[in-house]
Write a protein that binds this ligand. Structure first.
Ligand code: CMX
Length: 144
């Protein structure tokens, strides 16, 4: 059903500060950055950046405003791990299979995620306390 772990998402109050911390202390590199208004986030993907090394990324997620899901998460839990993302080949198929298995998907249809990917989420209550994102990369995606 799943190809690999695509990324782990961390809720952070300040994106620039978080990128600096993870770069300087852990040696991660910024691979990609964007604003996703629909999701209410400013985000950066960080990773090793090593060519030919397939590795899960870390997604740093900062709230765009106080109504953002990430703002609510930080208010309630403080900064930290907000989501685990599994990469899938066919999001619509996997969503259908998981619905058949009794899990609630958050959106009736896929939404736009990082760099033009298609995404949906399994409700954390149905995934044993983990907000599970499902990610289908765009067909022409260059692997990081
Ligand atoms: N991980 C684990 N559990 C979580 C959670 C998370 N990230 N977010 C909420 N929960 C739990 C809460 O602890 C709470 O449990 P209790 O009732 O036992 O206290 C329950 O789920 C309801 O939580 P809530 O604080 O009332 O939050 P909401 O229901 O308002 O929102 C959710 C929860 C999952 C529907 C919302 O976070 C959401 O829509 N997430 C998907 C979108 C998203 O995360 N976007 C940002 C990232 C964008 C990207 O990845 O590209």
């Amino acid at each position: 059903l799943f190809i690999c772990i695509d990324h782990v998402g961390l809720a952070v109050p300040d994106l620039d500060e978080a990128v600096k911390f993870h770069s300087e202390v852990f040696g991660w590199r910024e691979l990609h950055r964007e604003v996703n208004e629909e999701q209410g986030v400013a985000e950066a993907m960080i990773g090793t950046g090593e060519q030919g090394v397939e590795n899960a990324k870390i997604q740093l997620l900062a709230p765009l405003n106080e109504n953002s899901t990430i703002a609510k998460f930080i208010d309630k839990n403080g900064p930290g791990i907000q989501q685990l993302a599994y990469r899938v080949a066919d999001l619509d198929h996997v969503s259908e299979v998981l619905r058949e298995r009794g899990l609630r998907l958050l959106y009736p249809e896929a939404k736009r995620g990082t760099a033009g990917s298609r995404i949906n989420f399994v409700h954390p209550k149905d995934a044993r306390g983990v907000l599970l994102e499902l990610v289908e990369l765009p067909k022409d995606a260059a692997e990081h």
